[in-house]
Design a protein around this ligand. Structure first.
Ligand code: NDP
Ligand code: PYC
Length: 345
């Protein structure tokens, strides 16, 4: 581009969080979700868009809609909660989404964590198509430490193997921090999230080397080659691969959900949501000995900044959240019109 080339701005609209939630809620209801499930998914997806987590924001709506239309997932499912032990809750999501299952079991989980000091929530028979941080951040906002894992669909080659087996299998962690935002990280154990490969393919962008392979197992920077018969690699070689294996064990073997390689959606054209499981571990740090945990986390952050760290995980999201709160959530006009059309179908 020459210095004199005009910059072409994408026409953009700015929506309040409430307006975006309302629009998405209408879409989910129109396409087969109960009012409760629609509200839960709309809030989740709108928060991701507000925080600039674009791979799991409104970009996902067509996938949700095609999945619901395919009959692969039950948008009206009523999760079944089983209180199995003083620190263990099981939920059968009844082939519905994982977020309403978590919402239904949340109160029991928190009360168990506060009583026992720790509690586990094992969700099975569930579909998770979203970012994981919204599942853990609220626990830290009420003073608890939370860790969650969810497995997805086969598209990652275990380190040292020839063919894909694992999912993109994210891990999210949240901890309270005195006088600051909770410390939160949320990362796929693949080199990048599958959603970001799809976005790169849509934009015609190339990916860095070391992220994926083509259908012949050869390294590629072409996102389409990864999506069409190729696969992703774990982040960090054998280390990310071990974490991805751990996610399969905790989110599937422990919960009773499917491994990423165990479901077959070929009879449901349009199905996009992995039918797997999710595990959450919640800890009440007030039960621990010593100084206040939140004060200790603040001290750790202080020392990290003191050695030159400029950016913590979660900082980008929080900055984007603030921007969205000030000027509204930016949605490209064309995308907004597509959403409005889906709300009217
Ligand atoms: P990123 O690699 O973008 O970010 C991973 C984490 O690292 C975030 O907490 C991020 O914070 C932080 N981070 C990024 N860059 C830096 C940096 N330079 N310094 C310090 N911290 C940094 O995310 P992924 O691509 O791994 O995952 C994207 C999303 O995809 C996640 O929300 C994940 O849950 C979701 N996902 C969902 C799946 C599912 O089955 N439901 C499957 C796979 C992924 P920040 O947020 O502030 O950028
Ligand atoms: O981005 O890898 C991903 C993903 C899988 C399921 C939902 N998101």
């Amino acid at each position: 581009m020459s210095a004199s080339s005009p910059v072409i701005e994408t026409p953009t609209e700015y929506l309040s969080l409430a307006a975006l939630v309302q629009l998405l809620e209408t879409i989910f209801q129109r396409h087969g979700c109960s009012a409760e499930v629609a509200r839960c998914l709309a809030e989740n997806c709108a928060s991701a868009e507000r925080d600039g987590a674009h791979s799991h924001g409104v970009f996902r709506i067509p996938g949700y809609v095609s999945t619901l239309a395919s009959g692969w997932v039950n948008g009206q499912a009523l999760p079944v909660i089983e209180d199995v032990a003083p620190a263990f809750v099981r939920v059968d999501a009844a082939n519905g989404f994982a977020q309403p299952a978590l919402a239904a079991a949340r109160k029991l989980l928190v009360s168990k964590a506060r009583n026992a000091g720790i509690a586990v929530l094992a969700i099975r028979n569930s579909h998770h198509f979203a970012a994981l941080w919204p599942d853990v951040e609220p626990f830290a906002e009420e003073g608890l430490v939370a860790l969650s894992v969810v497995n997805s669909m086969t598209c990652v080659v275990p380190h040292g193997a020839d063919r894909p087996l694992f999912g993109t299998n994210p891990i999210a962690f949240a901890a309270p921090q005195a006088h600051g935002q909770p410390i939160v990280f949320d990362l796929a154990t693949s080199a990048i999230a599958h959603g970001d490969v799809q976005i790169a393919a849509q934009k015609g962008e190339r990916l860095p080397l070391g992220i994926g392979v083509d259908s012949l197992g050869q390294p590629t920077q072409d996102p389409k080659a990864i999506l069409e018969g190729g696969a992703l690699l774990p982040f960090g070689g054998h280390k990310g691969s071990a974490l991805s294996m751990m996610v399969e064990l905790l989110a599937a073997a422990l919960t009773g959900g499917n491994f990423s390689f165990e479901f077959d959606w070929s009879n449901h054209p349009g199905a996009k949501t992995p039918w797997t499981g999710q595990l959450l571990i919640v800890i009440d740090p007030s039960k621990a000995a010593g100084q206040s945990f939140a004060e200790r986390s603040q001290e750790l952050v202080r020392q990290m900044h003191a050695v030159g760290l400029k950016r913590l995980p979660g900082d980008r999201r929080h900055q984007q959240r603030e921007r969205s709160q000030q000027r509204g959530i930016a949605i490209a006009l064309e995308q907004l019109q597509q959403l409005q059309a889906l709300a009217q179908e």
